[in-house]
Design a protein around this ligand. Structure first.
Ligand SMILES: [Zn+2]
Length: 446
């Protein structure tokens, strides 16, 4: 058990508790996959959902009970874009601390990006992550393999071996695969394995060593800018390559109005493209960088209010399928420096649900059902994972959400090893009350 400011995470998990059935009663069950939104009871036994509906079958009268009255009971949340920093930068985060942060954020599964040291670009490295995850992490961990060896953009990594070892997608996240022929080959191969290629869309030449969005704020601050076209042009390319090859493209961390428009058009045309955005892109703008706040520096950068509105509209109409955190931990030595020298990236596992509820759901920009679609149903579907619905026979992964709880983001309370949140001090309403993985309670708030 690890206790922090917000609650208690059970780590490491042992399987013995799985033998005890768990009843989650009187909650508002929101399960878009089954078109359910109503008060129900859920029983989990042996890690599996055994009952959903009214009443409790008599054989479960002695089950451990969670009273979820006034709470939302939803399929376990999935964050399909996190950086766990292990192997290589265990000073920033480890698979253990990252998965504790995930549990505390209400997540039952995360997919981790391959830009570690060494890069996850071969079978043995994928196996390493899966092995570490099996040591009792309070959250399922799904590794993503690199598209190219050492993320160099030159030679494809052995995709088939990595998929066999357990990789659920391919990505050179952090970098764009600059050569279109390499990306074309990656798309072509990905089809045989039924996995998506996750595209980090930034034209390196157009980024021109910029540090924030190119616009009047960057001019005022005297910081070299990254234009929106740097993102849009690669989104357009990768959509065209997906269309040409018939493969599946998933556009990571959409930040611009142009990307939203391109993805919307592509979906209308029937291109096999999905997309994600992150809480900072629908909450903050480049104005929020204020006096060079390095905790608001990430890749792609915070954009303008016009982009933020377009991202919200894209989430509302389903153009953007997924909300992911792009959880990118950094030690303070890499953030407590001049803006131009600060590392790109912010953490998000422990704030995402609260920010989504506060900015989108409480403001009626997204319904609770849409929130569950973006944070559980869609990431499960895109990565081919077994969760995303609370039907009988499904994994007993459940997030119990308290929609009324008010709290203030305090980085010192995080389970994550790092503190680089852009939301420090923000008042939020809504959080995970209990996180349940395979019928075991991994996190309890308070
Ligand atoms: Zn990225």
């Amino acid at each position: 058990m690890i206790k922090k400011g917000t609650g208690t995470v059970t780590y490491p998990l042992t399987n013995e508790r799985q033998s005890k059935p768990l009843a989650i009663i009187n909650g508002r069950v929101i399960d878009p996959a089954q078109k359910i939104d109503g008060t129900m009871n859920i029983i989990i036994d042996n890690g599996i959902v055994k009952h959903i509906g009214s009443g409790i079958p008599p054989e479960y009268n002695n089950a451990e009970t969670i009273d979820a009255v006034d709470k939302w009971v939803v399929p376990g949340l999935v964050d399909m874009h996190v950086h766990l920093r292990e192997p290589g930068r265990e000073d920033k985060e480890t698979i253990a601390t990252g998965s504790c942060a995930a549990a505390a954020g209400g997540f039952t599964a995360v997919a981790c990006m391959p830009n570690t040291t060494p890069v996850l670009d071969e079978e043995s490295k994928i196996r390493y992550v899966i092995q570490r995850a099996a040591e009792g992490c309070p959250c399922r961990i799904y590794p993503i393999g690199a598209i190219t060896k050492e993320l160099m953009g030159e030679e494809l990594a052995p995709m088939g071996e990595m998929v066999t070892a357990g990789a659920v997608a391919m990505s050179d996240d952090g970098k764009t695969v600059a050569k279109s022929n390499i990306m074309r080959n990656a798309f072509n191969y990905s089809k045989s394995f039924g996995i998506p290629v996750i595209c980090h869309c930034e034209d390196a030449a157009l980024c021109a060593k910029g540090h924030m969005n190119e616009g009047h704020v960057s001019t005022r601050l005297g910081v070299r800018g990254i234009p929106v076209i740097a993102e849009d042009i690669i989104v357009a390319r990768d959509i065209l390559l997906a269309e040409y090859t018939g493969a599946r493209a998933h556009i990571a961390h959409v930040s611009t109005a142009g990307s939203v428009r391109l993805i919307r058009e592509a979906k209308t045309r029937g291109v096999n493209v999905t997309a994600e955005t992150c809480p900072h892109y629908f909450t903050l703008t480049d104005e929020d960088i204020g006096m060079y706040d390095t905790n608001k520096k990430m890749n792609p950068p915070l954009r303008t209010a016009i982009d933020r509105e377009a991202v919200i509209a894209g989430l509302a109409d389903g153009t953007i399928d997924v909300i992911a955190s792009d959880h990118a931990p950094h030690v303070s030595e890499e953030k407590d420096v001049e803006f131009d020298n600060a590392a790109f990236g912010v953490i998000g596992l422990e704030t995402m649900l609260g920010v989504v509820m506060t900015i989108l759901v409480n403001e009626k920009l997204l319904t609770p059902t849409q929130m569950v679609e973006r944070m559980s149903v869609a990431p499960n579907r895109i990565l081919g994972l077994p969760g995303g619905a609370l039907k009988v026979g499904a994994p007993g992964d459940v997030t119990v959400i308290d929609p009324a709880i008010k709290w203030t983001v305090d980085p010192t309370m995080f389970f994550s090893k790092s503190r680089n949140t852009p939301f420090s001090g923000m008042g939020l309403k809504g959080a995970a009350a209990v996180t349940i993985l395979g019928g075991m309670i991994t996190y309890r708030r308070g």
